[in-house]
Design a protein around this ligand. Structure first.
Ligand SMILES: [Zn+2]
Length: 388
């Protein structure tokens, strides 16, 4: 193939720019000489790239560092608010969008209730959400990161199937790119949330692997292996919500019967609690009753927890991952539910594996999907390692 010299040149420049930006981002205020040493690029190249970054407003000179004999070097750092990403969470009862800066700090958040919309109406709601945030971001917008339930082809940005929103083969990525003229990155919401928990919810003793299970209207897991999101051969890794766990079980929205979601999702818990005599309309009602010691609420939470524990046992058996995190609206049920998950997961796992497993609620309490979606986009567009 005949590659034009210009394109090659541009690619080299882009590569160098990413390398310098990432170094400044990871190391904080750094001198040009130090960037040159860290990246292996020549001082001239680094100076050129830094000049470009400063002209674009992405970097800034911030005084002088300690001298090593001669004149103290000028330090350069990244301007965290020079670029923004719009992160979207299209799960649950509301679509949530956030304007996030280069450090993953949420600058603005907008929430629009879904009110049962699906198909084209739900798509219209996505456009509205972006438009509201766009007004604030202006020219600093780097792109849009989307976390949505369902099986997503992340290469083409196509939602292959999102049961709850009635989206099938929806090219959401292309539609958003055409409408807003910025790069778009789409990931499954549970997968994005797992990445956010891994990136922002960690401590010094972090393990390289993590499974984060989202439990709300739907159930899905995100799997991080060796610090990277594992999406599987068909992007559906962690889609555990529609695994059949009960023969002859209740009808599921996916058209089959007895899926995990029919017994362990938020709506399933509410329905079960009602069967047992509790007047509950939402998972929040069940949580309040549970905290007041209501027997029906406790029983419904425990049953759902046990079903989820079986799924956890399968994941532990397949992956031998020690850190299992649960999050989403149902995780607010707390201990009796968690305890049931732990008991059942332990009971159904090889003791050697089960002993080292920690099952806990997420450390990131809010915005995990928008943060994960933003992190994915920044990694892709700028090579910034929000994801460590
Ligand atoms: Zn199903």
């Amino acid at each position: 193939m005949n590659v034009p010299a210009k394109a090659t040149h541009r690619q080299t420049r882009q590569h160098n720019q990413r390398l310098v930006l990432r170094t400044l981002y990871d190391f904080g205020p750094t001198s040009r000489a130090e960037v040159s040493r860290l990246t292996g690029l020549t001082r001239t190249t680094v100076s050129d790239v830094v000049a470009g970054l400063i002209a674009d407003g992405v970097a800034l000179e911030v005084g002088r560092g300690p001298s090593s004999g001669g004149k103290a070097p000028i330090l350069v750092r990244v301007v965290d608010d020079s670029r923004h990403v719009i992160g979207l969470d299209l799960g649950e009862g509301a679509f949530v969008g956030a304007l996030v800066n280069l450090r993953g700090e949420v600058r603005r958040i907008v929430e629009l209730p879904v009110d049962g919309r699906d198909g084209d109406e739900a798509l219209g709601l996505v456009y509205r959400l972006v438009e509201e945030l766009l007004a604030e971001a202006g020219s600093s917008l780097l792109g849009i990161g989307v976390g949505t339930p369902g099986v997503i082809d992340t290469r083409t940005g196509t939602i292959r199937w999102a049961v709850n929103l009635d989206w099938q083969d929806l090219p959401l990525g292309r539609l958003l790119e055409e409408r807003f003229a910025v790069p778009v990155n789409i990931a499954n919401d549970s997968q994005a949330a797992a990445l956010a928990e891994y990136t922002f919810g960690g401590d010094a003793s972090r393990r390289p692997n993590l499974v984060a299970i989202k439990v709300g209207r739907g159930i899905g897991a995100g799997i991080v292996l060796d610090g990277s999101l594992y999406q599987g051969d068909g992007f559906g890794a962690g889609e555990i919500g529609h695994t059949v766990v009960e023969d002859d079980g209740a009808a599921c929205r996916c058209g089959r019967f007895g899926c995990l979601e029919t017994v362990a999702s938020g709506p399933a818990i509410v329905a079960r609690a009602r069967e047992l005599g509790l007047e509950a309309g939402t998972i929040d009602d069940v949580r309040r009753a549970l905290e007041a010691g209501d027997a029906a609420a406790i029983s419904a939470a425990r049953l759902a927890g046990r079903y989820l524990g079986r799924a956890v046992a399968s994941l532990v058996g397949a992956l031998d991952i020690h850190e299992i995190v649960v999050h989403g609206p149902v995780a607010a049920l707390g201990e009796p539910w968690l305890e049931a998950i732990r008991d059942e997961a332990t009971r159904r796992s090889l003791p050697l594996l089960a002993d080292s497993v920690e099952i806990r609620t997420a450390r990131i309490a809010a915005n995990e999907v928008v943060l994960g979606a933003s992190a994915l986009l920044m990694t892709r567009e700028l090579g910034l390692s929000l994801v460590r």
